[in-house]
Design a protein around this ligand. Structure first.
Ligand code: C2E
Ligand code: CA
Ligand code: CA
Length: 778
């Protein structure tokens, strides 16, 4: 127990207080007992003096009575008168022995002893009766205590009258040690008789105490400090006899000492009890304090599960309760904070932090399992990106975009097991953790999710159509740690997006492309800034007239180190990053500018520009083109815009609106890659398009595949029925060209005529073509 601990302090204070109280009590009781004993002894001494005097008086009366009887006896008087000594002595003896008197004497009226019961006066010192007789004459009788020969006597003198006093009878008791002891027995005090010697010292004549017979200089010498003493002075004649009544202080204080030791014992026990009591009290205080301390340490270390036990109803109990409330509040707040930290606020799904944590934990768990030699545990991770979300968000506004994300979140949650974790990783990207699935299981889940999301979503009366692309990876097959897994899931997701397959399981061969893609992204920015992009033009031939009045502008990237980079490689990624906007603007500006240049040079060519789905949804597209038309002073009918069928079908309503505004400017519109986007005819009818471009995948091999030819033919028929012109792209052979001519196709475009060419080479080709045409005609 350390000294500065609360427990020690409480114990020490209580013990000290207790000790002080006990000692004070002891002191008070001691003084009371002592003064009690003293006054007690005073009282005893006073009583003893009384008793002693009474004894003396009684003895005196007894002597007087006996002496009076003798003095009154007729025979005796006669014997005295006749000096019949023998009779006198025998009478004196007789009467004396009746009361056991020690001495009986007859004296002359002037005090001279004439007869003595002890025999003829052999005593050297004469019995000093004279003064006694004088007193008796004065008072009628007298009793006195007289020392004679070192012995003390109580003597009375009674006159013998015939009728005048003829003699005195003196009778006495000796006062010796026995007498003293008798008195002591009566008074329960020690009694000593002292006589003052001629030299002024005191000598003990008789005493109830043994060994008291010494001469002392003063009474004080005898009355030593161990005794309570009372001195009674008895006057007899000229002599002073001192009677000392003594009470042994030791005897008086013995019960007091007993009491005192009992008191001391009680004090000791009290102190002991107070030590134990204070320790227990201190413990009862410090125990809960200690418990609170341990508890707060637990809270500090983040353990909120165990409440502190409240066993007291006192302040400490209340404190403990307050601690419990505090713990609850902290854990509640912490839970809330954790929730905020781990929750996506918009959708209520887990966020990326939580997803990463759980994935990491999953990896560790699976690793531990593998280390233990248990059956290998696999799990899958899916990364999902909504296909057209950015357009929805950009065009319909963020509130709609947010609602869309929430609806997607709900659908994902409903479509998954509760053991699966679905998180929003950011933007329109979601992650799914499938704890027990392998590749096959994950693919089934992915297919299910895609299907779930295919059902169009209605938000504020608008039908919004989203799709998703999902990349799948499996631990440990596709990577041992989290970062590798996530990167590869991302790669697989882009593969799914590019190939339009909905979902894709990661494959090593994807990795190469993706690395390339990543660096392409950063380099693309430089490409526009450093003018590495170029526009090539591919002619379209009008089959009916044999003239070339239209060209398609196709972007080219001549990378300084990579060489030629296909638009198929960078356009989709430019779309994803939003960088397509800058590229498109550059292309439109360049193409319309080229058109103006050609016009100025007398070459009348209409230029088609490819516009990606993203631009289509951007409602500023008409303004951009209108601005460029006036900038270059080009009539709108010389500018065509090609939009892929799938771009239109991403959001037909919105596409139609934009197309209407473009068309209103006088710009011509063509549906590109027709046949691949499952266009709905009803939409097609409502769109202000002028031309359908049959996708090259049907055209290229149409002479070998009957199905392709059927599609080409029906497309041509359909277009014509709707009053549209038809272009076949990807014409690589004379055979195909001939077949298309037979089917009534209006225009053809393809390598068979010309590859896309830079402007100067296109001009040369045109001249060449014209010459060939004239030669053919001729
Ligand atoms: P697209 O609009 O369908 O363009 C036609 C593509 O077919 C061009 O590929 C062209 O070189 C190619 N082609 C032409 N004739 C033949 C042929 O006889 N046989 C074969 N096999 N191919 C032929 P390119 O230039 O590589 O462009 C690929 C795609 O990139 C384009 O497909 C277009 O969707 C996109 N693209 C090209 N330039 C731009 C642009 O400036 N803006 C936008 N948004 N997209 C562009
Ligand atoms: Ca095109
Ligand atoms: Ca095309």
């Amino acid at each position: 127990m350390r000294f500065h601990s609360l427990r020690a302090r409480i114990a020490i204070v209580v013990v000290l207080l207790m000790l002080a109280v006990q000692l004070a009590g002891y002191a008070v009781i001691s003084t009371v007992i002592r003064s009690n004993a003293r006054s007690n002894s005073e009282r005893q001494l006073a009583v003893a003096e009384n008793v002693f005097r009474q004894v003396l008086r009684a003895n005196g009366e007894k002597l007087t009575q006996a002496a009076t009887v003798v003095a009154a006896d007729f025979g005796f008087r006669e014997a005295v008168a006749t000096h019949d000594e023998n009779t006198v002595v025998s009478a004196l003896r007789n009467h004396g022995s009746r009361i056991d008197a020690d001495i009986v004497m007859l004296a002359t009226p002037d005090g001279k002893v004439t007869a003595d019961s002890r025999g003829p006066s052999q005593g050297a010192a004469p019995f000093p009766l004279a003064s006694l007789i004088r007193t008796a004459v004065r008072r009628g009788d007298a009793s006195s205590i007289v020392p004679i020969d070192g012995k003390l006597y109580q003597v009375v003198a009674v006159p013998v009258k015939a009728p005048v006093t003829i003699a005195w009878v003196a009778m006495g008791f000796v006062i010796d040690d026995k007498t003293a002891r008798d008195i002591a027995t009566l008074t329960s005090l020690d009694v000593s008789f002292l006589d003052r010697l001629s030299d002024g010292r005191w000598s003990v004549l008789a005493s109830s105490m043994p060994d008291a017979r010494h001469a002392h200089a003063s009474i004080a010498d005898i009355a030593d400090e161990n005794y309570a003493t009372r001195v009674v002075l008895l006057q007899s004649g000229g002599e002073t006899i001192a009677v000392m009544l003594q009470r042994s202080l030791h005897e008086i204080t013995a019960p007091f000492h007993r009491l005192q030791s009992v008191l001391a014992f009680i004090t000791a026990v009290g102190v002991l009890l107070s030590i134990v009591g204070s320790m227990l009290t201190a413990r009862s205080v410090t125990r809960p304090v200690q418990a609170l301390m341990h508890f707060s340490r637990r809270v500090e270390s983040g353990n909120y599960d165990q409440p502190i036990e409240v066993s007291h109803q006192d302040e400490l109990g209340k404190l403990a309760k307050a601690f419990n409330h505090m713990q609850q509040a902290i854990s509640e707040r912490e839970r809330h904070i954790t929730e905020l930290a781990y929750m996506d606020r918009l959708t209520g799904l887990a966020n990326r932090a939580m997803f990463n944590d759980r994935l990491q934990a999953g990896i560790e768990h699976a690793r531990a399992q593998a280390d233990d030699g248990d059956a290998p545990l696999t799990f899958s991770v899916m990364m999902m990106d909504l296909d057209r979300f950015k357009y929805v968000n950009d065009t319909l506004g963020h509130p709609i975009g947010d609602q869309l994300l929430c609806e997607v979140a709900t659908r994902l949650r409903n479509a998954l097991h509760s053991k699966d974790l679905v998180a929003r990783l950011g933007g329109d990207e979601f992650g799914v953790l499938l704890p027990a699935d392998d590749n096959d299981g994950a693919q089934r889940v992915a297919a299910h999710l895609i299907k779930t999301l295919e059902v169009p979503i209605t938000i504020e009366g608008q039908l919004v159509d989203v799709g998703a692309s999902i990349g799948i990876v499996t631990w440990p097959q596709h990577g041992a740690d989290m970062n590798v897994l996530m990167r590869r899931a991302d790669i697989a997701m882009y593969v799914a997006k590019r190939t339009n397959t909905g979902f894709a399981v990661y494959d090593e061969k994807h990795d190469h492309n993706s690395a390339e893609r990543l660096s392409l992204m950063s380099e693309l920015r430089q490409a526009v800034e450093q003018d590495q992009l170029m526009l090539y033009y591919q002619p379209k031939l009008d089959l009916a007239s044999g003239t070339v009045k239209y060209v398609e502008a196709l972007v080219r990237w001549e990378h300084p180190t990579r060489g030629f980079v296909s638009p198929d490689q960078f356009i989709p990624f430019a779309e994803q990053t939003g960088y397509i906007k800058a590229i498109s603007h550059w292309v439109a500006d360049k193409a319309i500018g080229q058109c103006a240049t050609w016009r100025a040079a007398g070459i009348e060519l209409a230029v088609s520009v490819n516009v990606s789905a993203r631009e289509l949804i951007q409602s500023t597209l008409p303004e951009t083109f209108s601005a460029l038309l006036s900038k270059h002073g080009v009539p709108p009918e010389l500018v065509w815009i090609e939009i892929t069928e799938s771009a239109i079908m991403d959001d037909p309503n919105h596409a139609i609106e934009t197309l209407d505004r473009l068309h209103a400017l006088g710009i011509r519109l063509a549906v590109d890659d027709f046949g691949t986007g499952y266009s709905s005819l009803s939409y097609l009818k409502r769109m202000p398009v002028d031309e359908l471009k049959i996708d090259k995948s049907f055209v290229m091999a149409m002479t070998h595949h009957k199905d392709d030819e059927t599609i080409v033919r029906s497309t041509i028929d359909l277009a014509h029925n709707m009053g549209l012109k038809v272009v076949a792209e990807g014409v690589e052979t004379e055979d195909v060209l001939g077949r298309l001519r037979d089917l009534g196709c209006d225009l053809v475009q393809g390598f068979h005529l010309s590859r896309p060419l830079p402007p100067s080479r296109l001009e040369a080709w045109l001249i060449e073509w014209e010459i060939r045409q004239t030669a053919d005609e001729a």
